[in-house]
Design a protein around this ligand. Structure first.
Ligand code: GDP
Ligand code: IMO
Ligand code: MG
Length: 424
């Protein structure tokens, strides 16, 4: 069976965790294919909130296997904390969680290198989550990394030491103030490694191949969003992996012709956390309202998310790069109460009107051009059927569908599993 993808189309935090949790009952395998604990995926059910960072969002269902793919980078310390939380909730993950031997390990010194790199950049900093993501992927592409499968080798600690020593000299080279006690960090790291080693490691590309052959259904869960993609995002203010559809092929070992549905999810408005350009960003009361009503604080770092109107130029670009076949619109409820809503439908780029996402979207080059829509005042959070939607909401949805030429199959009207409305 084909592998379906679920991808964020903006700058992350679109609500991927919630939707993966909702869809898990339809799938045998949920697989993360890139990123690491820079992700924060929130699930809400039975009145409780759960945040996952590295573990796939299908973990609360017993029917599905949750796979951490080769493209993911794992911090054993954060991973252990996630497992501890699952244990507190009585989630029996031992039978349902498997890890690719080819996934790379985030070392304590990778986190320190992230901090040193950001500190050295001053005002030009990326606004990284400081989880060591960039340095770990650098070691992966530089062919120096340590992989999950290496933990089964007798000499892995020597390799660890050599790499950590090299990192320490690199940290010194940055010549910035990063204080640390490596002995302490290593103590928790090695303890967490033992926990990781008690889990099931697999040759995940073979596992997926056999699962597909046996007719099992697979959903690949993206992390971050298309505009944070290392190639197609707003470089250098991006993450260090391919967050787009192609990343699922390399991050799981699935061939392109095995991809089925590409589900693209987006917020009814836009948010961004960290540095980088954001053409439709609001600095007024409307932006504050979105932040407050939408509770726009990062699930990983707690930082405030920047908010702005929906950017259809950026969204169209993301749909193109990913080959999106269906859309899901999240946080529709947050827009209730605005008299007028705006959607960016063109950019003024260096004085010219354009309808595509250009090389550079810095504010000195790009100003958004908006189309206005009548708002609605109805509370959507209690609705359970699309037939209850107010007309202005339907107009908003239908406009997006028409412009993108892709159907919106789901409208989410609240954080809870149940607040999910299927349209078609
Ligand atoms: P992810 O990284 O894409 O999984 O998204 P996050 O979990 O980081 O951020 C999405 C936030 O919005 C979380 O706090 C969710 O609980 C919440 N959320 C998801 N869908 C909706 C929705 O339709 N309405 C509202 N109000 N909140 C939502
Ligand atoms: P989820 O999966 C939102 C952002 C950071 C920073 C940039 C680089 O929850 O949608 P990194 O830690 O990768 O070096 O940070 O990317 N970022 C995210 N923003 N959601 C995420 O993940 C993010 N992961 C990274 O804020 O701007
Ligand atoms: Mg998130």
């Amino acid at each position: 069976m084909a592998v379906d993808l679920l991808l964020g189309l903006q700058w992350g935090d679109e609500g991927k965790g919630k939707i993966v949790d909702v869809l898990t009952s339809n799938y045998n395998i949920i697989a993360r294919f890139q990123g690491g604990p820079n992700a924060g995926h929130t699930l809400v059910f039975n009145g409780k909130k759960h945040v996952l960072h590295t573990i796939p969002s299908g973990i609360f269902h017993q029917n599905a296997t949750n796979l951490v793919g080769n493209g993911v980078v794992i911090d054993p310390v954060i991973f252990k904390k996630e497992l501890d939380k699952l244990e507190e909730q009585d989630v029996d993950y031992r039978k349902t969680l498997v890890i690719s031997r080819k996934a790379h390990i985030i070392l304590p010194t990778h986190r320190l290198l992230d901090a040193a790199s950001e500190a050295s950049k001053g005002k030009a900093k990326i606004g990284s989550t400081l989880k060591g993501i960039g340095p770990t992927y650098m070691d992966k592409t530089g062919r120096n990394g340590i992989r999950v499968g290496d933990l089964e080798l007798s000499d892995w600690k020597e390799r660890y030491r050599a790499l950590a020593n090299k990192h320490e000299s690199m940290i010194a080279f940055y010549n910035v103030n990063v204080e640390y006690n490596l002995a302490e960090l290593e103590k928790e790291f090695f303890e967490a490694i033992e926990v990781l080693k008690s889990l099931t490691f697999i040759d995940s590309e073979e596992y997926i191949y056999q699962a597909q052959k046996a007719g099992q259904s697979i959903l690949a869960e993206g992390a971050q969003g298309s505009l944070l993609d290392i190639d197609f995002g707003t470089y250098p203010f991006v993450t260090s992996s391919n967050t787009t559809a192609a990343g699922a092929c390399t991050g799981l070992g699935v061939s392109p012709n095995q991809i089925g549905e590409v589900i693209g999810i987006f917020k009814a408005y836009t948010t961004r956390v960290g540095s980088g350009p954001f053409p439709t960003e609001l600095f007024d009361k409307d932006g504050e309202t979105m932040a407050q009503v939408g509770r726009e604080f990062g699930a990983t770092t707690g930082r405030s998310r920047r908010c702005g109107w929906l950017d259809l130029i950026a969204l169209k670009y993301a749909c193109q790069v990913n080959g999106v076949t269906q859309l899901m619109m999240m946080k529709g409820d947050v827009l209730s109460g605005f008299e007028t809503l705006k959607i960016c439908t063109a950019y003024k780029y260096k004085g010219e009107i354009i309808h595509h996402f250009p090389y550079n979207i810095e504010p000195q080059n790009v100003q958004p051009i908006y189309t206005e829509f009548k708002g609605w005042s109805e509370d959507l959070t209690q609705m359970s059927n699309a037939s209850e939607f107010p007309k202005p909401l339907n107009d908003y949805i239908e406009f997006i569908e028409k412009e993108l030429e892709i159907p919106i199959s789901v409208v989410s009207v609240g954080p809870d599993r149940k607040q999910t409305i299927f349209r078609k």
